[in-house]
Structure formats: C-alpha cells, structure tokens
Design a binder for this molecule. Structure first.
Ligand code: ACO
Length: 463
C-alpha cells in the first residue's frame, strides 16, 4: 500500500493517494476528489498543481537543479550541441553518431519553407514585431504541410523536423523582412546555429564571418532554453494539443504564450531596463530603490520556481564574461548589470523574497553581444524552446491518460437574475481605454484613435 493523505470535510474523512516521482517529490492525487467529496481545488496560476506526469525535465527550484532526461544542464551545456539536446528531449536518450547524423539530415532537408510562404512576408507591415510574424507563419505551416490527425511514426518524425528547422528559417526570414533585405536560404553545408546566423546576417553584398565564440554562446543559449517543464508556454502547448488540434497551430500557441514579457519577453525587458538606467546616469542604486518601492521591477530577477539560484543564469554569466572581454566587445550595460546584481544580492528586500538573477538577466547581454537585434530576442528563445514543446506534445500524444484538458472554476459572478429589456436598462457611460505598447507607439496615431470615432449613442451600427 502506498502512502495516503487524509482529508476531513463535513464530518467525513477521506483518503487521498499520493503519487511519488523519481526524485521522491510527492503529489496529492485528487483524481477522484470531486467524485467522492463534491469538492474541486482552487489553485489560481497553478503554482501548486502538477498538471501531468512527465519524464522529460526535472527541475528543483529550491536546490537550483535542472536536468533534461536525467542529464544535468551544466554537462549538456558544455559537452553537447543544441541538435543533440533536441534529439535527447524528443526521444529520451542521447543519440548515437548514426542517430544524430540521421536527425541532422532530416533537419537539413526540412529547413526550406514552401516558396509561396515568402509572399506572406511581403504583406506584413515593416514595423511588424518578429514574434507576431513567427506566430502567424508557424500557424500557416498547417496549411502548407497538411497532416492527418493520427500521425504515423514517419509522419510524426517529419512534423518534428519541419518545426525544429523551419521555426529557425522563419525567424531569419522575419528579420530580413524587418531590415528590408532579400532572404538568405538555409544551406546544407552549415550546422544549425551557423546556418541561422548566416541566414540572418549574410547578404548579396556581404559574407557573414562566423565567430566560434558567438556560435558557442548562441548554441548554449538554445540548449538552456530548450525545455523548462510545465512553464506558461509548455502548458499552453499541452492544453491546446490535448484537443487534438493541428500540431503547427499547437506550437504557434506556445509561441504566442512565450511572447509575453513575464515569460520569454523578459530578456528584452532586461536590455530596455539597462538602457533606461544607463541613459538616466544612474549607477543602478536609484533603480534598486525604485524596485524596492514597487515603482519599478528589476527585470531578469525572480522566478516562480527557482528560489535560490537559476542554474542557467550561472552558466550564461560565465559565457557572458568570456564574450564581453573579447576585443571590441566591452559594453557599459554589462557593468551596470553587474552592479545591479551585486546590489540586489546584498539587499534584504531581494534576499527575503528569494529574488535572484534568472537566465534572462544574462541572455539579453549575450544576444546583444552577438548583434541579435532587440526585437529578435524572444524569437531566439522560441527557436530554442521548440524541441521542448514538441517533446511534451509527443509525450502527451503517446501517454495513456491522453484526455482533453478542461480545468474547472469557482464562479463568483452574479447569481440568477431577471433579464432586463433594452428600454429598461439604466444609461451607462462607456469609456474606451487604449493602452500603448512600444510596438503600438510605432503605429500611426490615426489607427489607434479610430476607436474614439465611435459614437456611443449611435445604436444602429450594432443592430
Ligand atoms: N523586482 C522587484 N520585486 C519583485 C520582482 C522583481 N523582479 N519579482 C518579484 N518581486 C516581488 C513582488 O513585488 C512581491 O513582493 P511583495 O511580497 O512585497 O508583494 C514578491 O517579490 C513576490 O513576487 P511575485 O510576483 O508573487 O512572484 P512570482 O513568483 O509570482 O513571479 C516573476 C515571478 C513573474 C518571474 C517575477 O519575479 C517577475 O516579474 N520578475 C521579472 C520578470 C522576469 O525576469 N521574468 C522572467 C522569468 S524567467 C523565464 O520566463 C525564462
């Protein structure tokens, strides 16, 4: 008999099973809770809820541990390449040379996108955020590469190669659209990261010179971002995938979730925070005080799971140092970043709340040193995370408990009330709120102000 937990409610006692993971982490199994007690659980933002069993990634936030399929992230980051890690996440073991060769070959063959898709790029506005392009283009792969609902093993392999490889191609094409240059096609002669950098930075008038330190830094960045168990975007992938939706749409949903600044957008926010601090002449001290007084948020600090240190931040901090001492690479932002880190790590506000630098604190600096444009930071995160999303999608498809995800809620709205006919409803004054984001700032004012042209008293248009 396994261990049980007891719940007493309404003068009755219930026993609940405990589910125990590989590392002895225990979960109350509430599978039968509603059937037996009529109760549901309330866990807003899922901070205490394990949504699935997974054999992909182990994460211990208290001890700063991250492992993919049992291998410590520190070893994978120093000894493996991204493509090898992608294979590991997907199929459970490190590949043999033959398996790696075959996987790389598939990625190469899948790297082109249908030529007609390039026409889409032309239709987007020049100010389009590359994450907007990526979400849309990845969803549109569903129309160019239609797949059956029940994929054979071979079809599944093809879909995985397409996505891992084509997300990278679309990302580079989005950048070319952004800078108004012709696209550079993928090359079968280059490895994954070199290929990406070549598609980004080569042009008909300039051959891109690969720098092995930059290649290593980007490859490590991708490895460190490849999976992070049930984070916001991966949970989105599982949730959308559970409805048996098209796999390209599923990954597009993951990309959309990643876009937010509390998730993948954070490294971009770190650079914009450092730029603001630098421009204001502050040495970081004033900003730290603002963060403590809730007037600002120290971006790149804090994590929902890591409460002592983020092991990925440790690896990137070292790489960041190495990169930034290269000739011509020094960056005043890095000095500010180190000063902020030092101040925060000696300040009771941050220590008492377990706020430590997360991976984004350093990844933004690394990407900046590699000349990756600011708007592309989250796109690179998406390239790295695609194998992780697909590994979870694949694990879910092949699991026994593959049911549509459908959480419950606690309803707190009005109780039953009588319908009010239109002529009896009290007059209400409506307000249209338009919130501006950095991207929307670039959109012409006239577009945003169209909302104010609406006459609130003109009911005919809503007939
Ligand atoms: N700067 C200042 N104060 C902070 C910060 C921060 N970065 N993060 C949390 N706090 C404070 C909160 O104000 C709160 O203070 P209080 O107890 O006085 O109310 C306390 O710390 C707890 O904060 P929560 O928001 O409850 O922490 P949560 O675990 O929900 O949030 C999160 C985690 C979203 C990552 C948050 O720390 C944050 O916004 N950090 C900055 C953004 C960031 O770097 N995100 C990247 C995450 S990593 C990734 O996605 C790869």
């Amino acid at each position: 008999m396994g261990e049980k937990a007891k719940l007493s409610f309404s003068d009755k006692e219930y026993e609940l099973d405990l589910t125990v993971g590989t590392e002895n982490e225990k979960a109350l199994n509430i599978h039968e809770l509603r059937n037996h007690t009529g109760l549901v659980t309330l866990d807003e933002s899922f901070a205490n809820t394990a949504a699935c069993r997974s054999a992909i990634t182990y994460l211990d936030g208290e001890r700063g541990i991250l492992r993919y399929r049992g291998y410590p992230i520190e070893e994978l980051a120093t000894r493996s390449r991204f493509v090898e890690v992608a294979y590991l996440l997907m199929y459970g073991d490190l590949p043999t040379p033959k398996q790696l060769n075959s996987f790389s070959g598939h990625l190469n063959l899948s790297s082109l996108i249908h030529e007609d898709m390039r026409h889409f790029f032309l239709a987007f506005p020049n100010y389009a955020h590359p994450m907007g392009l990526l979400t849309t283009m990845v969803a549109s792969l569903a129309t160019f590469y239609p797949v059956q609902e029940d994929l054979s093993e071979e079809e599944e392999k093809q879909v995985i190669s397409n996505l891992v490889s084509q997300v990278r191609t679309i990302a580079a094409f989005s950048y070319k659209k952004f800078v108004g240059e012709p696209v550079v096609y993928p090359s079968h002669k280059l490895r994954f990261v070199e290929n990406f950098l070549n598609m980004m930075f080569s042009s008909p008038v300039k051959n891109y010179q690969q720098d092995p330190d930059i290649v290593k830094a980007i490859d490590t960045f991708l490895i460190l971002h490849a999976d992070h168990e049930q984070n916001c975007s991966t949970s989105t992938v599982r949730l959308v995938g559970s409805s048996l939706s098209n796999v390209y749409a599923v990954i597009s949903a993951g990309i959309a979730a990643l876009w937010g600044r509390r998730h993948g957008g954070a490294n971009q926010e770190v650079i914009s925070m450092l730029t603001r601090i630098l421009d204001s002449g502050d040495d970081g001290g004033r900003f730290i005080e603002d963060a403590k007084n809730k007037r600002a948020r120290l971006m790149g600090f804090g994590h929902r799971i890591y409460k002592t240190f983020d092991p990925r931040a440790k690896i990137l901090k070292e790489l960041c140092h190495k990169l930034l001492i290269k000739p011509g690479m020094t960056n005043p932002m890095f000095d500010i970043a180190l000063r902020l880190e030092d101040k925060a790590l000696h300040d009771d506000y941050f220590l008492s709340r377990n706020l430590y630098p997360n991976v984004d604190f350093y990844s933004g600096l690394i990407l900046k040193a590699a000349n990756i444009p600011y708007d592309m930071f989250t796109v690179l995160f998406a390239i790295g995370r695609t194998p992780g999303w697909l590994a979870h999608w694949r694990e879910m498809r092949h699991s026994e408990n593959y049911r549509i995800a459908r959480p419950r809620q606690i309803y707190v709205g009005p109780a039953l009330r009588d319908y009010i006919p239109m002529d009896k409803r009290p007059a209400m004054s409506g307000t249209t709120i338009v919130r501006r984001s950095p991207v929307s700032e670039r959109i012409s004012n006239s577009m945003l102000e169209k909302t104010s042209d609406i006459d609130d008293n003109d009911t005919t248009r809503f007939a």
